[in-house]
Design a protein around this ligand. Sequence first.
Ligand code: PLP
Length: 400
Amino acid sequence: MPGFEVFGAEEKREIMDVLDTGVLFRYEFGDQRNGIFKVREFEEKFAAYCGSKHGQAVTSGTAALKVAMIALGIGPGDEVITQGFTFVATWEAIFDVGAVPVFTEVDETLNMDPVDLEKKITAKTKLIIPVHMLGAPARMQEIMAVADKHGIPVLEDTAQAPGAKLNGKALGSFGVCGTFSFDSVKTITTGEGGMIITDDENLWRKMSEYHDHGHDHAVNPGGRGGEGRSFIGFNYRMMEIQGAMGLAQLAKLDGIVASQQKNKAAIKEAVARIPGVTFRTILDEQGDSASFLGFFLPDAGAAAKVNTILAENGAGAIPFGSNTWHFYPKWEHLIAGSTLAQSGWPFNDAKGKRRVVYDADVLPQSAALMDRLLVYQVPVNLPEERLRQITEALNKAVNY
Ligand SMILES: *Cc1c(COP(=O)(O)O)cnc(C)c1O
């Protein structure tokens, strides 16, 4: 998964372009910057890579979600549907714009269950956020059909799946917009950073101005500071050094995916020998970014037993069902409504009255899957001896 594995000379060279000019900022400094606009170039190349018209770089994947939702007009009184297996960032951003997150079940894709999605739609639903977890697609065809039927826009949280495709089309390019993260553990990294892609020029202009304090981004002969603005904004600007890193990492993305596919296949072959094992549904094997390998044991007890053997032999897998950062029932601060705000916002309304309650037990279908799920993160670089260690551990788990 992580781009940090392939961080090297190319990143340094791109960054030196920036340091040589001394212009660390994406806007202004026209005379000094020598025509170097790394963030802008990264936006253009990333969007083109995904087959989208526009890219908007921001400071993180969480900021990308927030900026996109603001530009879509989401706010207090709205409900936003996402899935119960995702990183906390997805619903943090929903709360941060004042809306209320509603969670769906996941199915064997480990992503949004379109049948449950339709059940969760209400008159307040203003946005649907499927998440392409662990490098592979949600059922976009079915999700788009439900969304279109109800006239609700779709934002794809593609933080974990740059470079992945579904039937030849880049993930993140199915809905009205798609968001990405370039944090320390993502497929490509800029240290911290995020991106939104969209074909909608009007939406992109709103995102561009909002993330830059509302500065009017129409051509302005008077220079920066003299322009007007149409709405209040915030600051989520990416730095030139991050843009430079992004360019070098983007150039490596196809190679990263190819290595991961090869390494995933090798690990999968060994996993397949475990009796009773089944694999996560991957809707498009060719388009899989192969950042992770997910597999199910027949029940929770078997999964625990197998993982104990794997861990004892130096190749423990991630039991995402008990991971406190990614699965709904484990988000105790969400369930408890813990917040720093004295009013209790966002769980309480401005008058201190509870406006939303989360019950740990409302996603039984997801729990039944997550309890018996084990996941390997697939490295970009997998030395022979490490593969041998994993294979030997898996061979020992055959008689669990
Ligand atoms: C990493 C991640 C984010 C947030 O990205 P940051 O850049 O860390 O803010 C959002 N959604 C998902 C699914 C993620 O994995």
